[in-house]
Design a protein. Sequence first.
Length: 139
Amino acid sequence: MNKLIVVVVIATCFMVSVCLAQEPSESAADRPGGVKSLEDRIRQIEEAIGRKVESEKWYDRIQISGLIEVEAGYNDTDYNNPATEDETSSDVDLATVELVVDAAIVDHVDGHVMVKYEEDDIFVDEGFITLSGTEQFPA
């Protein structure tokens, strides 16, 4: 009986590993809503990282992205007393703004900086330079 359980477990593990190793047969356009799978997204990011800068123009080597967070609230207080007036209030506040600049400075040197606005303060939240090399320049 124990040998049968071991054989079933091994066969199940083998079938699961074979199924996971296969490429998905449907494209992102075939999925509901055209949503990309995690594998498609990772493949796209890896291709973008390995892509060479096609132009020497400065604006082709810079990527700008960002984030805006807004906090909104609504309050409706109903007093069960006709002599007291009901209160209604709403509020929309700008909570966070992030501006991210990524630049391919020269071959094998990339820069990244994130400027952040939060609670009436503007500050640099992230900033670094990445040195990436090849076999000629390992760093």
